[in-house]
Design a protein around this ligand. Structure first.
Ligand SMILES: Nc1ncnc2c1ncn2[C@@H]1O[C@H](COP(=O)(O)OP(=O)(O)OP(=O)(O)O)[C@@H](O)[C@H]1O
Ligand SMILES: O=P(O)(O)OC[C@H]1O[C@](O)(CO)[C@@H](O)[C@@H]1O
Ligand SMILES: [Mg+2]
Length: 450
């Protein structure tokens, strides 16, 4: 998709007429290698060839508005009531973001009231809108020490008009939606409904997903904590597999459509022989199929470790009638158990080949996303929260705050949901996985024409 400068402009509610309480901090600031001034922009692309292809002067190249505090702001903080909602699956760092938002709003901007809507967007429906949590600095002081979200979360559709009514009834001027692709979709619809009614309410998204499947963000917060935890399970399974004759270790990791967790967790331990992700189809049968490869590994090395993303090989399950074709409350496809299929077919294949396999299959499932954010993610969450508050107070709306090429920037929400971020089979991450696993060293990478 070719993007132009105009596609990357974010919406403003109006002119910034108030002095920011942070303006003194900004007085002498200019763009530097470590700071982007509020009038400057951050390039979308970062290679000479991609930039040259546009044939445009620098100021016309596709670029993002820099995040960060502004000298002048749109909202009078004394009149602001902020709302926060977390939606979709859990992700390490949710509490860190909530804490950062509340602290920045109340301490720096002196916003008097922050309201937490409970249990996801369900908390914005007529039935649940009065069941909120008052978020004060005291209430959030220690919440980052635990995983999950103190607000609760949920899946399932809600009516945008009903949610706008809730914002009006609760006197919300700025709403922070912390969510994944679904949450950002819902926030976009909500912002459109607010705009259609001509209301003065800012909607700011903080993208959240352990799957790292949202585009225009380097990596989503919590992803690093989640894959670090996943890597521990890879270590366990490889120790088990190595200690058993004809040992087979299989770890299935979350990643509905994107195999980032499987790739990064595998690279973190460098113990996997085979990594399977949704983006790279594979065959079970045939000389270059998975079963033959597993057999070769077992015969040469004595054991094999396979890391499989939950969304990989869904076509193989469908062929065998093992997919229900059902969806969850948010419309996400329910997946079949690729780990179980691997366990069964590998056991049968090796047994028929005269081996006596010992199979260890671990599905850590929720255990990787319910963890507390690690120190790196905590810093990241706090900085995203600061950026989100600055964006909201400056009257940005339908805008997500992300880190892009190490800078914090504003992305129009429609862009964040325009497509899915996936591992590129022609990109350098997958290349690293092939190099690290040795999948490349065999006849061909495990990318099988089917
Ligand atoms: N296309 C959509 N339009 C409007 N609302 C949506 C859409 N998709 C999802 N939602 C709503 O957004 C909320 C969160 O969506 P979902 O359950 O898919 O999780 P998510 O935000 O994608 O997070 P994650 O992928 O990390 O679990 C749900 O309440 C859901 O109803
Ligand atoms: O069981 P739940 O809560 O619906 O969530 C499972 C899904 O949520 C995610 O963690 C994030 O979308 C996926 O990796 C996983 O498939
Ligand atoms: Mg999602």
């Amino acid at each position: 998709m070719t993007l132009h400068l105009d596609d990357l402009r974010v919406r403003h509610l109006g002119e910034c007429r108030h002095d920011s309480p942070l303006s003194a901090l900004l007085a002498a600031k200019r763009t530097s290698p470590h700071y982007v001034a509020e009038g400057d922009r951050v390039l979308l692309e970062d290679t000479v060839s991609m930039l040259a292809e546009h044939g445009l002067p620098p100021e016309d190249l596709p670029s993002f508005e820099a995040a960060g505090p502004r000298r002048r702001i749109y909202f009078d903080p004394a009149l602001v009531t902020a709302g926060i909602v977390t939606c979709g699956g859990l992700c390490p760092g949710l509490n860190d973001v909530i804490r950062g938002l509340v602290q920045e709003l109340t301490v720096q901007y002196d916003v008097k009231r922050v309201v937490g809507f409970r249990n996801g967007l369900r908390g914005l429906t007529a039935r649940h809108r009065d069941d909120t949590i008052e978020l004060t600095p005291d209430r959030v002081r220690d919440i980052h020490n635990a995983g999950g979200t103190i607000l609760g979360s949920s899946r399932g559709a809600q009516d945008a008009e009903e949610m706008v009514d809730s914002l009006l009834l609760r006197g919300i001027n700025v709403l922070f939606v912390i969510g994944g692709d679904g949450g950002m979709n819902a926030a976009t619809n909500l912002a459109a409904a607010i705009r259609a009614r001509g209301l003065d309410i800012a909607v700011i998204g903080v993208p959240k997903t352990i799957d790292n499947d949202l585009p225009y963000t380097d990596q989503s917060f919590g992803f690093q904590s989640a894959f670090a935890q996943a890597a521990n399970f890879i270590s366990s399974v490889s120790i088990e597999a190595a200690a058993s004759p004809d040992g087979i270790g299989i770890v299935k990791l979350m990643g509905r459509h994107s195999g980032f967790i499987a790739c990064y967790a595998s690279l973190a331990r460098n113990a996997a022989d085979i990594v399977l992700i949704p983006e790279v189809p594979f065959a079970l049968e045939g000389e270059d199929g998975l079963l033959a490869r597993v057999e070769r590994h077992v015969r040469s090395k004595g054991f094999v470790v396979i890391v499989v993303a939950e969304g990989a090989g869904q076509d193989l399950l469908a062929e065998r009638g093992l997919l229900e074709g059902a969806t969850d409350a948010s419309g996400n496809a329910k997946l079949g158990d690729i780990g179980a299929l691997l366990r069964e077919t590998i056991t049968a294949h090796l047994t028929a080949a005269g081996l006596v396999p010992t199979v260890r299959y671990i599905d850590p499932s929720y255990a990787i996303r319910s963890v507390t954010a690690n120190a790196y993610d905590s810093v990241y969450c706090l900085r995203l929260a600061h950026a989100a508050v600055h964006a909201a107070m400056a009257g940005r709306t339908e805008t997500a705050v992300v880190r892009w090429r190490r800078r914090f920037v504003h992305v129009p929400m429609p862009l964040i949901i325009s497509h899915r971020n996936q591992v590129d089979p022609d990109g350098d991450l997958w290349m690293s996985v092939l190099e690290a696993t040795g999948q490349l060293g065999q006849q061909r990478p495990l990318l099988v024409e089917r």
